[in-house]
Design a protein around this ligand. Structure first.
Ligand code: GLV
Ligand code: MN
Ligand code: MN
Length: 419
């Protein structure tokens, strides 16, 4: 379907500015962590804009936010488009916000032009994609895909100590006018626009990435326990220092994994010593590990390497290690039909594309478990993301939104005829 329908680029850019002001940091980024006051403020603004346009607003038990533009066949399951509104603690203005606001722009453009679709189209803003305050990431889409909130999240607390259930309740209560929807319901398909968060589109000067899959991610919380003791009086043979064990394990891992396997990614983003006193050997050291690889067998092998490195280092220092997996997203391929829809949309728009696998994880991974799904990427400057300096050229944001609009119509037509 080539309607020559144009998104309103000026309106989209203004919305990006308006939402970037919610949780704005002095360095030009955003701190709008999941289920925080800032996150609730952004949700309220989106819900308000939706109500002004006559769209309906819903949320489910996981506080996933849905904005619905009705179709002619109200009994048909909706086609979902969207992303997330939460950010990293020192995040950028576009990660998640672009996909969410471009989805709103799609709904508004269809409304402005009075274009009827048969199926309803629903924007979704998934809860806690980032996972930096509450682990794991992609909680909202994960719960949606299984139709319930996993039991073990009952005890989950944020990095600030706030229980997940309290933060969820406060977020749900902050939007009392939104109708409640059951968690998990049939959908026709899902499309998500996102910034690439890597350098290849910019380097190759290609405006659109068609994302055919996502590399695998595993998260671990590691606790290495030794014995707290006096920093000055404890002689070498008596020191059971977990910091020595951690640094030696990490040294072995950094040198052993990434240079040998260019596709592997190992990141320690958080580390703390307890009790955290300058003149006491720590009793324990806790750290997080984010491990990624496009191949499942390599992910499994590197996980074994991580465990072995900590065991060896701990044995040498008289320490013990506890490694808890908090997130496990296997590498995945998106729907061929939706990828074909994206290719067709790009042809309709005359936009050059590059097919790519996402290095970041996304909600589309979980949605793809219950419906045909895929993603669109646009370039970001120097591939920089999870950084306040994250930047997307205005024309790339607009082209992404245009691509989301066109592909929504093209994919909708394809799934409607059962292709
Ligand atoms: C998503 O935010 C990721 O860390 O890949
Ligand atoms: Mn994101
Ligand atoms: Mn992110």
């Amino acid at each position: 379907m080539n309607l020559r329908l144009q998104v309103n680029g000026k309106r989209l850019l203004k919305r990006l500015d308006d939402f970037a002001a919610i949780g704005a940091t002095p360095a030009g980024g955003v701190d709008r962590q999941a289920l925080s006051l800032e996150d609730r403020t952004a949700r309220a603004l989106l819900a308000d804009l939706a109500t002004q346009r006559g769209f309906s607003v819903f949320q489910d038990a996981m506080a996933n936010l849905f904005i619905r533009r009705d179709g002619n066949a109200p009994d048909r399951p909706p086609f979902l488009i969207g992303s997330h509104l939460d950010s990293q603690p020192t995040g950028g203005r576009y990660d998640g916000a672009l996909g969410t606001l471009a989805a709103f722009e799609v709904l508004e453009t269809l409304e402005d032009a009075a274009i009827d679709t048969e199926a309803p189209i629903e924007l979704v803003a998934w809860t806690n994609e980032e996972g930096s305050r509450f682990a794991p990431g992609t909680m909202g889409s994960m719960a949606f895909s299984v139709g319930h909130i996993p039991e073990d999240w009952q005890a989950t607390r944020g990095t600030d100590g706030v229980p997940l259930r309290n933060a969820l309740a406060a977020t749900l209560e902050a939007l009392p006018s939104a109708e409640r929807k059951a968690l998990g319901f049939p959908i026709l398909g899902y499309l998500e626009l996102h910034i690439e968060q890597g350098p290849s589109l910019e380097k190759e000067n290609i405006p659109i990435g068609i994302v055919t899959g996502i590399q695998g991610t595993r998260w671990f919380e590691v606790t290495v326990t030794g014995q707290a003791a006096h920093a000055g009086t404890t002689q070498l043979g008596f020191r059971r220092d977990p910091m020595v064990a951690v640094t030696s394990a990490l040294h072995a891992l950094y040198n052993g994994i990434m240079p040998a396997d260019e596709a592997a990614r190992l990141t320690v983003g958080r580390i703390a010593a307890q009790p955290g006193s300058i003149n006491a050997i720590p009793g324990s050291v806790t750290l997080t590990i984010d491990l990624r690889h496009p191949l499942l067998e390599r992910l499994i092998a590197i996980e074994a390497q991580v465990l072995a490195a900590f065991q060896t280092a701990c044995a040498a220092q008289g320490c013990s290690v506890d490694l808890r997996k908090t997130f496990d997203m296997s590498p995945a391929l998106f729907s061929k039909t939706v990828v074909e829809g994206l290719e067709q949309a790009a042809r309709h728009l005359g936009l050059p594309v590059k097919h790519m696998v996402s290095g970041a994880f996304h909600d589309a991974f979980y949605v793809a478990k219950v419906a045909p799904a895929a993603m669109i990427f646009v370039p970001c400057r120097e591939g920089l993301s999870h950084n306040e300096a994250e930047y997307v050229e205005p024309e790339h944001s607009i082209a992404g939104a245009q691509m989301l609009l066109q592909s929504t119509l093209d994919v909708l037509a394809m799934v409607a005829i059962g292709k």
